[in-house]
Design a protein around this ligand. Structure first.
Ligand code: SAM
Ligand code: SF4
Ligand code: SF4
Length: 372
């Protein structure tokens, strides 16, 4: 089985910097566990170190590959803020002519109005998703960001013709603001999407404690909007080739160090297993003391074909990676044999956002749809 197709969606982290530390972001969780084991590190040592350059991208995702196989590119990723990359605009310019839509997900709390106005003019097919937690001062309990600055940046971007989607993760602390979000989106003629935070998509927990600059508080699940169920459940399927994002969404997921990950659901475990490799790129040995199920379902297969470098764009092309045994044979075979428990219980979600027939949806703005 080959995952290499046409009409792919590339989801990429273009660097590993961020100015925020949202409590359930992978950068916060990996930093937290690293601190517990190593003391005194604010951030994980992998973080805030590197950005993908234009030259990297020209080699990793050549124009020919884009033209033949890619429909959408999304600067979203797992643990970084794309607008902090000094190459952000150059990378948008590189991808834009070769794809239908290029999009990015941002906390909006970076740069200045001049930069956001410049970004608005870079590409007609660029769509930016701005995440805003709350309009109320001191109420950005998830993102802990500066709402008035974000609002200024969205206004600057849209006033210069930028296509924007206003997004918010709905928690209890901001659920009374949904109408304000809709009104603001309408005023700016942009789209609006609300999502349930992924930590609350199961019914296991309804709150957790956050420690922010010495202040402790509870972050609580919203009480108005139900969570969406995983594709596996909505499709009533036990076959990962029907619900895996590699197939169902035609996804290619590229990490900031060039690793081509199968999906976002295993990135944290992959990171922790190959932590030393992430830090210095020398020590490729996996740490086999954690995540036993993940070791069995994924790491054993990666090691069997030669180790972590075999799925890195620093050493292989995208074609070589997707034609490697891991992607071409071992992973699909484990699905067929139903021997891969992680994939069998896949939490790949129907998008977390709530479909809402909304009049504030600007038909000129396409969000990054399912590739196919
Ligand atoms: C890690 S972020 C990177 C992009 C950018 N820094 C941002 O925050 O939008 C990738 C995506 O995860 C989303 N995200 C962050 N925390 C989340 C949560 N608790 N539940 C669901 N999505 C979340 C972000 O909004 C973004 O769309
Ligand atoms: S802004 Fe994005 S990358 Fe930064 S901590 Fe929050 S979710 Fe993570
Ligand atoms: S957990 Fe497995 S089936 Fe689910 S998206 Fe990831 S690789 Fe695909």
């Amino acid at each position: 089985m080959s995952f290499l197709n046409v009409g792919h969606k590339i989801n990429i982290d273009i660097g590993n910097y961020c100015n925020l530390s949202c409590p359930n972001c992978m950068r916060s969780s990996i930093s937290k566990s690293y601190n517990v084991e190593n003391n005194n590190f604010q951030n994980h040592p992998y973080l805030n170190k590197s950005n993908i350059t234009l030259e990297n991208i020209q080699n990793w995702v050549p124009k020919k590959f884009l033209n033949e196989r890619v429909k959408y590119v999304d600067f979203c990723g797992a643990l970084a803020e794309p607008t902090l990359s000094p190459h952000c605009i150059d990378l948008v310019k590189y991808f834009s002519p070769h794809v239908e839509v290029i999009s990015m997900s941002t906390n909006g709390d970076t740069r200045n109005v001049v930069w956001w106005k410049e970004l608005a003019k870079v590409a007609d097919n660029l769509v930016v998703r701005f995440y805003l937690d709350s309009f109320k001062p001191g109420n950005s309990l998830y993102r802990q960001s500066n709402s008035s600055r974000i609002i200024e940046h969205i206004e600057a971007f849209t006033s210069f013709g930028g296509k924007a989607i206003l997004c918010n993760l709905v928690f209890k602390h901001n659920q009374d603001e949904i109408q304000d979000f809709k009104d603001f989106a309408k005023k700016l003629n942009c789209n609006y999407r609300m999502m349930v935070a992924r930590e609350f998509t199961t019914n296991e927990s309804t709150s957790y404690e956050v420690d922010y600059s010495g202040k402790k508080y509870l972050l609580e699940k919203n009480t108005l909007i139900p969570s969406n169920v995983p594709y596996r459940v909505s499709l009533n399927s036990t076959n990962p080739s029907e619900y895996c994002s590699l197939v169902h969404e035609n996804m290619i997921r590229i990490f900031s160090n060039g690793l081509v990950m199968p999906c976002c659901h295993i990135e944290g475990q992959l990171f922790e297993t190959y932590e030393n490799f992430f830090i210095d790129e020398n020590d490729t040995a996996p740490n086999l003391t954690r995540h036993p199920q993940f070791i069995k379902d994924f790491v054993s297969k990666i090691e069997m074909q030669g180790g972590i470098k075999t799925i890195s764009l620093k050493y292989n092309s995208l074609e070589e990676i997707f034609n490697s045994n891991f992607y071409k044979t071992y992973l699909p075979l484990s699905w067929k044999l139903k021997s891969n428990e992680i994939c069998q219980n896949c939490i790949n979600g129907s998008r977390l956002d709530i479909k809402d027939e909304n009049e504030y949806n600007n038909p000129l703005i396409v969000d990054i749809p399912k590739a196919g």
